[in-house]
Unconditional design. Structure first.
Ligand code: TYD
Length: 220
């Protein structure tokens, strides 16, 4: 099935605090999109390029100053946007990205208390035009997220943070949702996985339908 006919792909991101269940649903969203016949590139941040994956190792494991951490997140992102995300969208592919700049607002801006202004400055420098077309925000009460995390494998530098950090991070996400209500969809991730999946599948089909029905822009 043809996927592009000159139409730019859609940029989908997934967000949530650690333990919110986001990872469970990434693959499902990709599968639903493929079932709809669109070409999909699945990727993640920090990471998504060879350089970005090395930066990910460092930033998740090595102690560093907050400014350094923030810049490394955006260094990885800059490489990712220029070499992977933008080229794919231009080819007409959909990009599903596990975390993007909203995570910097929530974790560095909120959790680590850097504030939103610094993040906005970097965002405006590095990707003034690019915004996700749809962001699914997986939300659970903090106790549930903590409980899910404690059951999982070895914890990274963020996952080891305390309750207050996650409260500020979750608040940071809620502020982003409030500022961008059309782009965000909140997923109540306390519901049974199957139910969440069905809701997401419906939304994916609606997104693809709207994308196919949108007028194709003329090439200049
Ligand atoms: P995560 O996406 O939860 O991956 P996994 O499911 O493999 O643990 O891990 C990425 C971590 O990086 C997460 O704790 C949030 C953090 N992060 C930031 O602090 N800022 C950012 O800009 C991004 C993209 C991620």
């Amino acid at each position: 099935m043809s996927h592009s006919n000159n139409r730019r792909g859609s940029f989908i991101t997934l967000e949530g605090v650690d333990g919110a269940g986001k990872s469970t649903h990434v693959q499902w969203i990709v599968e639903c999109l493929r079932d709809c016949g669109v070409s999909v590139l699945s990727t993640r941040e920090p990471g998504g390029t060879a350089l970005g994956e090395q930066l990910r190792q460092m930033v998740l494991q090595m102690p560093m100053h907050l400014e350094t951490e923030t810049l490394l997140m955006f260094a990885a992102r800059s490489e990712h946007i220029r070499t992977v995300i933008e080229p794919a969208l231009s080819r007409g592919e959909w990009v599903v990205c596990d975390r993007f700049t909203d995570a910097s607002y929530a974790y560095q801006g909120g959790g680590r208390e850097l504030g939103a202004d610094r993040i906005r400055t970097l965002e405006q420098w590095l990707h003034p035009q690019l915004q996700p077309d749809r962001t699914w925000f997986f939300d659970v009460p903090l106790e549930v997220a903590r409980e899910r995390l404690n059951r999982s494998r070895e914890l990274d530098r963020f996952e080891q943070e305390g309750q207050a950090f996650f409260q500020r991070t979750r608040d940071g996400y809620h502020a982003r949702v409030k500022q961008n209500p059309q782009r965000f969809h909140i997923v109540d991730s306390t519901r049974p996985v199957q139910e969440v999946k069905e809701g997401i599948a419906d939304q994916v089909r609606a997104l693809v339908r709207a994308w196919r029905e949108a007028p194709v822009p003329h090439k200049p």
